[in-house]
Write a protein that binds this ligand. Structure first.
Ligand SMILES: NC(=O)c1ccc[n+]([C@@H]2O[C@H](COP(=O)([O-])OP(=O)(O)OC[C@H]3O[C@@H](n4cnc5c(N)ncnc54)[C@H](OP(=O)(O)O)[C@@H]3O)[C@@H](O)[C@H]2O)c1
Length: 238
């Protein structure tokens, strides 16, 4: 199988790339950190291919991906997280997060949708933060909620491929290292990679894990909004 993964230089994306490579697949590994991509190519010289570009720049994206032909699976995983202080709202921070997380996905979609084989698969990395409004996640959560909507519309428009939305809970990576609040039921990247690969194999449209955590969020999301806000405020009082 030919798999393309953005954000393959660290965290969840790197683990996915390693696991697909170990399973004998060809992997197109994307990111900005050239030396991290080189390490993957050195380990798997026959089957790992390096694509170094910034997803937020359309011309870089299209240029770097132009020579790739038919793909079986595309995982648009690259993303960033910065938190907002709502009382001193920083519009530039908001734009930065949106540009990488949302526009970055749109740029990759332009470059890659025509290359995905019939019956192939496309997965967009969201977050379980799209299920509920979380304080300080005004930028990150909004970007992921937009990705969830985007995935759901693509599920209707691209009937020739399987489109999945991925919503992890907390995963131990450099992205969550910065968090100064409790991260209940945090899992490691191996668990995240296994959960994603298994669900993609089964053509699941929504992939969320660890389920104990994500099902609690989903249950809270069914409650009246005022009660959701009280519960979230209480749970995150630290
Ligand atoms: N960790 C969690 O708890 C968690 C939970 C829910 C969702 N997620 C999502 O999972 C995805 C991966 O996150 P992670 O936790 O594995 O974090 P990570 O270790 O920081 O990895 C982020 C990846 O995205 C790439 N990236 C970031 N900005 C980019 C840009 N402008 N252009 C190209 N690549 C870019 C990075 O590569 P370079 O730096 O080389 O460019 C890196 O490979 C993100 O979309 C994140 O929102 C994570």
């Amino acid at each position: 199988m030919k798999v393309l993964i953005t954000g393959a230089t660290s965290g969840i994306g790197k683990q996915l790339a390693l696991d697909y490579l170990k399973d004998g697949h060809e992997v197109f590994c994307c990111g900005r950190n050239n030396s991290s991509l080189q390490q993957l190519v050195e380990k798997f010289p026959e089957s790992a291919f390096l694509h170094c570009f910034d997803v937020a720049e359309l011309s870089e994206c299209v240029g770097s991906l132009a020579n790739i032909s038919q793909l079986d699976q595309v995982i648009l995983n690259a993303g960033t997280c910065e938190y907002i202080n709502a009382k001193e709202f920083d519009a530039e921070l908001f734009a930065r997060v949106m540009k990488t997380n949302l526009i970055g996905v749109a740029n990759c979609l332009q470059a890659l949708i025509p290359k995905i084989k019939n019956e192939g698969s496309l997965a967009l990395m969201g977050s379980s933060s799209s299920y509920l409004p979380l304080p300080r996640a005004e930028a990150y959560g909004a970007s992921k909620a937009a990705i969830e909507y985007l995935a759901r519309t693509l599920q209707i428009s691209l009937s020739h491929i399987n489109v999945s939305y991925i919503a992890p809970g907390f995963v131990e990576t450099s992205l969550t290292e910065q968090n100064d609040f409790p991260m209940p039921m945090r899992v490691d990247v191996k668990f995240a990679s296994k959960s994603i690969r298994t669900a993609l194999n089964e053509n699941k449209q929504e992939i969320h894990f660890p389920r104990k955590f994500t099902l609690i969020l989903k249950a809270i999301a069914l409650l009246p909004k005022r009660i959701q806000q009280i519960l979230i405020t209480k749970a995150l009082a630290y």
